[in-house]
Design a protein. Structure first.
Length: 326
């Protein structure tokens, strides 16, 4: 969408995709277009003013309205549904109540839900009417065609490795395919000062620094663990090497647990069967292949795949479109 808006504004723009369009996060999403976003409102309210939360909601409302108008103009089907953020146990009830309070303070007409006929544990929810869900791949295909119709190229199977200046002060993306075309204004918002190393990142982002240190401390206290059951993964220490071990499709694989971006320790994502970095959101498959940046390299393979018996059920609860679990 950003590429399309830039192209419509007359900016020379190109889209760089590490795999195929829709192969990563977009293709796996449930396609929710909702102003009720888990427990995000209360998390923002805990760190910022009420005005900031309200402005965040209004910005999302503007984006939602733009997207729904775009779908209508391009005959893309959209379902109007109630969005729910629910608690699966009694310990999550306070978070549901806090989200109800935070969203109402921000101007959303959220409402409490005390009972719901669902085939999993339910201990209350906060709801919001007239939200939407759609087919993300149909939307992506339409956006891609629209971008190319504005003479903006899309480069698939192209991983960005870095950014540098040309002599004429143009910004250039470095890829494994060599020097790309001259993209003049499309990347003007990328500044070298934003590409920070660990020390400056830790000084400017205490939350990232906390996740970075917590991940390494957790690994330091761990050793070899049991082979993960099907669909599961965990991080353990092999000597001095933080190692991410997972079992998917009956095969156990060990990869480095260190994200190559800023060296955070990855975590296993039960729902997506992926390794996710908590620092800046880089994602990798079970065998370490890069899915989403900002990392530009995969996790090095240590061993595997090796077939193992499935010794128990996969972890994690049911996956739903709407409602959304805390």
């Amino acid at each position: 969408m950003t590429a399309l808006l830039l192209a419509e504004s007359g900016v020379e723009v190109a889209v760089v995709e590490g795999r195929r369009l829709g192969a990563g996060t977009t293709g796996a999403t449930t396609g929710k277009v909702s102003l009720l976003q888990g427990t995000r409102a209360q998390r923002i309210a805990a760190r910022h003013s009420d005005r900031t939360v309200t402005e965040y909601v209004e910005a999302n409302r503007a984006g939602q309205q733009w997207l729904l108008r775009y779908c209508e103009e391009h005959a893309l089907p959209v379902q109007r549904v109630h969005a729910l953020t629910y608690a699966q146990n009694e310990y999550e009830i306070p978070a549901v109540r806090a989200e109800l309070q935070a969203t109402r303070a921000a101007g959303l007409d959220t409402y409490p839900v005390d009972d719901l006929d669902v085939p999993f544990p339910f201990h209350g929810a906060v709801g919001l009417a007239d939200q939407a869900q759609l087919d993300p791949m149909a939307l992506l295909a339409t956006l891609a065609a629209d971008v190319e119709a504005h003479a903006a190229p899309i480069f698939e199977s192209t991983i960005a490795h870095g950014v540098h200046h040309r002599d004429n002060d143009d910004l250039v993306i470095d890829t494994e395919h060599g020097e790309p075309p001259r993209w003049s204004g499309a990347l003007a918002s990328w500044r070298p000062a934003e590409l920070k190393a660990i020390p400056s990142a830790a000084q400017t982002n205490s939350a990232v620094a906390l996740r970075l240190s917590t991940g390494w401390l957790r690994v330091a206290r761990s050793g070899y663990g049991p082979i993960p059951t099907e669909g599961c993964g965990h991080v353990e220490r092999h000597g001095l090497q933080p190692t991410a071990v997972s079992t998917v499709d009956g095969k156990t694989t060990e990869v480095s647990a260190i994200c190559p971006h800023l060296y955070g320790i990855v975590r296993w994502n039960d729902a997506e069967k992926s390794w996710d970095c908590p620092l800046h959101g880089s994602r990798f498959t079970a065998d370490g292949t890069l899915l989403d940046g900002p990392a530009t390299a995969s996790l090095p393979l240590i061993s595997g795949p090796a077939a193992v018996p499935v010794t128990g059920p996969p972890r994690g609860g049911p996956t739903t479109v709407l409602p959304e679990k805390i």
